[in-house]
Design a protein around this ligand. Structure first.
Ligand code: ADP
Ligand code: MG
Length: 335
């Protein structure tokens, strides 16, 4: 994954304020797109890419030297000292496990590995295998020692996967890098995890397309107009395989060990912080429509767009003026 760092596909630079620096590359297991405006854009882009690679090298389960790989290897034995980045993401994940009624659970890793979705080992495991691995999934076994910035997993075989939340954290950190470099207008897209920084250079809002979960990438059901917001989507189209005519996707219900089938096929969260959006888009996908709406409506400053498998689009009150449904195959259900 890291090798791909150097294979940037696209780079345009310009000194003027209106032409952005655009960069598209593959990192964190996904397509990363940056569009950065302003006189410091070139330098800010370079620093942003360094920051992504820094976070990935600490948190990826696919990198042997990462802090997460080391922590997982010591499960049931001892704790692993962590950087502030990794510690804070694990801590946040535990908070969201509680808040989401245990829908989000970073100890899902043994289940993720068993299914192998997106790898050359993907398959439908037997019920027995799933039951066996499910015993290892329990966020309450994440033992946090804040004073020493150390985390231990209680039992041998347990492991953490931060895939549901790390991109959100990264987007927030990239925004900080941009602000530090006096950038006031930028779009960050980490595989559907979008941060619209500031406004467009003419002062108007950004228009972010909401992917049609039933169509090819780049086909939208509508748009949302935002200024300085994170817009994160979880969907069953992101990573999946088909076996015996059934689609198996990568968001697992920690209660069953199977891909979550709660009636939603896409959840978008609009928030000020992308780590919240990332945690909540995955959580609400698992919770389903009514519990998901209840959760979002209980959190101030957070809004959502949920799409059900029968093509209904539920939009929370805070977005009623900014969401525009353009695909007439979908039915708009205002809250
Ligand atoms: P994406 O990676 O497509 O943006 P999400 O943010 O919804 O999607 O995260 C999905 C990833 O999170 C999976 O690939 C897996 O690594 C991990 N994951 C799957 N189910 C859970 C869960 N219930 N709790 C925590 N992490 C999960
Ligand atoms: Mg997520």
């Amino acid at each position: 994954m890291l090798l791909l760092l150097s294979t940037s596909i696209f780079l345009v630079s310009c000194k003027s304020n209106t032409k952005p620096v655009e960069k598209e590359t593959y990192m964190m297991g996904t397509v990363v797109q940056l569009k950065i405006y302003g006189t410091n854009a070139e330098k800010a882009t370079e620093l942003a890419l360094k920051r992504i690679s820094d976070i990935e090298s600490k948190m990826s389960v696919n990198i042997e030297t990462s802090e997460i790989t080391k922590l997982n290897a010591k499960a049931g034995i001892s704790g692993q000292k962590l950087s502030r980045d990794t510690y804070s993401v694990i801590e946040k994940s535990v908070q969201y496990s509680k808040l989401s009624g245990e829908a989000l659970d970073a100890t899902i890793e043994p289940i993720v590995k068993l299914w192998g979705i997106g790898t050359d080992k993907e398959r439908v495991p037997s019920k027995d295998e799933i039951q066996e691995k499910l015993k290892l999934v329990d966020y309450k076994d994440i033992l946090l020692d804040k004073k020493n910035s150390t985390v231990q997993l209680r039992r041998t075989g347990q492991a953490i996967d931060l895939g549901a939340i790390a991109k959100g954290y990264t987007a927030d950190e990239l925004k900080k890098v941009l602000i530090d470099n006096k950038i006031s207008s930028a779009l960050i897209n980490l595989g559907g995890n979008v941060f619209a920084v500031g406004s467009k250079t003419d002062g108007t809002s950004w228009n972010i397309g909401i992917q049609n979960p039933l169509d090819t990438r780049g086909q939208y059901i509508g748009t949302i107009s935002v200024t300085d917001k994170s817009v994160v989507t979880s969907g069953n189209y992101e990573r999946y395989f088909i076996a015996n005519g059934k689609r198996y996707h990568h968001i697992f219900d920690p209660k069953t060990g199977y891909p979550s089938e709660a009636g939603l096929i896409s959840t978008t969260i609009v928030s000020d912080k992308s780590i919240d959006g990332d945690a909540l888009s995955t959580s609400t996908y698992i919770l389903g429509l009514s519990k998901g709406l209840k959760l979002i409506e209980s959190i101030k400053g957070v809004d959502a767009i949920f799409i059900t498998k029968d093509k209904k689009v539920y939009v929370t009150a805070g977005l009623k003026d900014s969401f525009n449904l353009t695909n007439k195959e979908f039915i708009y259900e205002k809250r």
